[in-house]
Design a protein around this ligand. Structure first.
Ligand code: MG
Length: 172
């Protein structure tokens, strides 16, 4: 059985992962409305990944005999001035998520819950990737600047992104 403090912290993280999913779906819808189908596709996949993150924590909490409590998902922004602004908001958000995962890790250590700490290792690595990917797209959008053709080509490229089930779910 999992201790109450860890259970509460994991429930808060589940809510945060769903908020992330909602944020990225909102970004996807913004770019669908602008005819940027590739950028929208990229954010739709991001949305699915965040749902998967929530599901990984849900499955883990169930496995540990905890109780999953689903709370309201706060409203998300709906407007960004440009693709660059959206990816900058993505990076800022992922940096916050990294801090949340690190905080969970610290709680797991303080509570001597090494199973939870181990479960978080995958998320620690995942956050490195999330930040790297967002930063890479920011760098490219800064190079693109006002070049419409270059932005069109990036949109075409992002249309190719496909969803892969994250490994902790694929193994489940
Ligand atoms: Mg996540």
């Amino acid at each position: 059985m999992i201790n109450r403090k860890i259970e509460d912290a994991l429930n808060a993280q589940i809510n945060a992962e769903f908020w992330s999913a909602y944020l990225y779906l909102s970004m996807a819808m913004k770019f669908e409305a602008e005819g940027r189908a590739g950028i929208a596709n990229w954010f739709r996949i991001q949305f699915k990944e965040e749902q998967a993150h929530a599901e990984i924590f849900i499955n883990y909490l169930v496995q540990r005999g905890g109780r999953v409590i689903l709370k309201a998902i706060d409203a998300v922004p709906t407007e960004w001035d440009s693709p660059l602004a959206a990816f900058e908001a993505t990076l800022a958000h992922e940096e916050k998520v990294t801090a949340m995962i690190n905080n969970l890790y610290a709680i797991a250590e303080a509570e001597h819950d090494y199973a939870t700490r181990g479960k978080l290792d995958w998320f620690v690595a995942e956050q490195v990737e999330e930040e790297e990917t967002a930063q890479g797209l920011i760098d490219r959008l800064k190079l693109i600047g006002e070049d419409g053709l270059a932005l069109y080509m990036l949109d075409q490229e992002l249309a190719q992104r496909v969803y892969n089930v994250p490994s902790p779910l694929a193994q489940a």
